[in-house]
Design a protein around this ligand. Structure first.
Ligand code: PLP
Length: 411
C-alpha cells in the first residue's frame, strides 16, 4: 500500500482558479454567448520586453556553442543577477541588502511553498483575509493549518481586512509564529503604509515571529512615500523574508524567475535550542532540492535592470495600471465601492446590489461575457467583492467596460 500525505485531504477539493477555469470552459462551449474576455486570472497578455527577449536570445546563442556553454549554475542564482538586484532594488534605495542574502528562483509561488521546508511544522501561521490562496494551501500540505471547519482552518489565524480600514490587516490577539503579508495585496490591490508595516515588524520582534513579505507587485506602486520593501522599516531585517517575482513586472509568468531575500540577521532555533540563521538553512534547502533557475531566464531577468529594461517595465506596468484605473473609474461611476488600481494591477469592487461574490461572477459572465474572480475565494472577508485585473490589452479593457455599462442595468 502506498501511503500518501494525509494533509492533501484537508485541501479544498479544487484550487480556486481551476474551478473558475472549468466554469469558463463550459461557457466557451455554449452557443450564442459573447466571446469571453478574461479578467479573472492574473496572467499578463505579453509580449516580453524587447530587451529581455534580446538577452534571452543571446543566452541561447551562448549555450549553443561549446566555448560558452553553461551547465548547472549556482543553486542560489548567478552572481551577475544577484548583484544587480542587490544594487538596483535595494542599495540604490538605501537598503543594505547583500547579494549573499538574495536567492534566485523559478518564481515566487515556488519559494512561498518551499519556505515551509525550513520552518517547524508546529508553527502557527497567520494570513490576511482576503489573501492569495497559496499561503494557506501550502501550509495545509505541510500540516500546519489544521482542519477545515465551516470554511476556515482551525490552526490558522486570519487577519481581518475590512473596507473601512482600507483592507489593512488587524494585528492578531494571540501569538502567530509565521505571518504572511502581501503589499500591494492580491486581491484587494491595497498597499500598507510605513506606519502599518511598523506595527507588524514591532509585533514580530515582540513575539519572535517571522514575517514572509510578498511584494510581487511592488513595481506597480506609484504613490510617493508608500513602502515597496519591508526593509524600509527599521529592524525588519531581523524578522522578515521578502519574496519577489519578475512575473508581473517583466512579463515572466511563462519564463519563470523570481527571488527571495533571506537576511543573515534572522535566527531560528532547533528543538534542542541550537541557533541557526535562516539564510544558512534556506541555502541548505536550495542546494539540496533545487538546481538553480534557468540561465536563459536569469539573463532575461538581468536585462530588466538595464536602462532600456527599466523603461520597458515602466511602460508595461503603466499600461496595466491605466487599464485598472479605467475599470475602477467605471465601477465607481456606476455606484460600486472600489479599491485598488492606484498602485496595483488589481481592481477590487463590491457589488452594490447585495449579490454575493459568486452571484456577481455568474451574472457578469452571463450578461457581459467577462470573467472576474469571486472575492469570497480569497477568504471570508472577500464576500460581496469581485476581483478584476488590468492585465489585458487596451482594446479588451475598453470592450469589457462597454459591456459592463450595458450589463449593469440587468444586475
Ligand atoms: N504572490 C502573489 C501575491 C501573486 O499574486 C502571485 C501570482 O499571481 C505570486 C506570488 C506568484 O508569482 P510567480 O509567477 O513568480 O510564481
Amino acid at each position: 500500500m502506498i501511503r500518501v500525505n494525509d494533509n492533501f485531504q484537508e485541501l479544498p477539493s479544487v484550487y480556486l482558479f481551476t474551478q473558475i477555469s472549468r466554469i469558463l470552459s463550459k461557457y466557451k462551449e455554449e452557443k450564442g454567448v459573447l466571446p469571453l474576455i478574461r479578467m479573472d486570472i492574473g496572467d499578463i497578455p505579453g509580449p516580453l520586453p524587447k530587451s529581455v527577449a534580446r538577452a534571452m536570445k543571446e543566452a541561447v546563442d551562448q549555450l549553443s556553442k561549446p566555448e560558452s556553454f553553461k551547465g548547472y549554475g549556482p543553486e542560489q542564482g548567478y552572481s551577475f543577477l544577484r548583484e544587480v538586484i542587490a544594487q538596483k532594488d535595494y542599495r540604490e534605495r538605501n537598503l543594505p541588502i547583500d547579494s549573499s542574502e538574495i536567492f534566485i528562483s523559478d518564481g515566487a509561488k515556488c519559494d512561498l511553498g518551499n519556505l515551509g521546508d525550513i520552518l517547524s511544522q508546529d508553527s502557527v501561521i497567520g494570513v490576511m483575509d482576503p489573501s492569495y490562496p497559496a499561503y494557506i494551501d501550502d501550509n495545509v500540505i505541510d500540516g500546519r493549518a489544521g482542519s477545515l471547519i465551516d470554511g476556515r482552518y482551525n490552526r490558522v489565524n486570519y487577519f481581518k481586512c475590512v473596507a473601512e480600514k482600507n483592507f489593512s490587516p488587524e494585528l492578531p490577539q494571540s501569538k502567530v509564529d509565521i505571518i504572511y503579508l502581501c503589499s500591494p495585496n492580491n486581491p484587494t490591490g491595497t498597499v500598507m503604509s510605513h506606519q502599518e508595516l511598523e506595527k507588524w515588524v514591532d509585533y514580530a520582534k515582540k513575539n519572535n515571529s517571522l514575517i514572509i513579505f510578498d511584494s510581487a507587485y511592488e513595481a506597480y506602486i506609484r504613490t510617493p512615500g508608500l513602502p515597496k520593501s519591508i526593509y524600509e522599516i527599521a529592524g525588519a531585517k531581523e524578522v522578515a523574508i521578502e519574496v519577489r517575482s519578475f512575473s508581473k513586472t517583466g512579463g515572466f509568468t511563462g519564463v519563470r524567475c523570481g527571488y527571495t531575500i533571506v537576511p543573515k540577521e534572522i535566527v531560528g532555533y532547533y528543538k534542542d535550542g541550537t541557533p541557526v540563521t535562516l539564510n544558512a538553512l534556506w541555502s541548505r534547502r536550495q542546494t539540496t532540492k533545487f538546481n538553480g533557475a534557468s540561465y536563459v531566464a536569469q539573463c532575461g531577468a538581468a536585462a530588466l535592470y538595464t536602462e532600456n529594461g527599466r523603461r520597458e517595465v515602466k511602460e508595461m506596468t503603466d499600461q496595466y495600471l491605466e487599464n485598472a484605473l479605467e475599470l475602477r473609474k467605471m465601477f465607481e461611476e456606476s455606484g460600486w465601492k472600489v479599491f485598488g488600481a492606484m498602485d496595483s494591477p488589481y481592481v477590487w469592487a463590491e457589488n452594490p446590489y447585495g449579490l454575493s461574490s459568486t452571484e456577481t461572477f455568474q451574472k457578469l459572465l452571463e450578461t457581459c461575457g467577462v470573467s472576474t474572480t469571486p472575492g469570497s475565494g480569497f477568504g471570508r472577508e472577500g464576500e460581496g467583492f469581485i476581483r478584476l485585473t488590468g492585465f489585458n490589452s487596451r482594446e479588451n479593457t475598453q470592450l469589457a467596460i462597454s459591456r459592463f455599462l450595458k450589463g449593469f442595468k440587468e444586475l
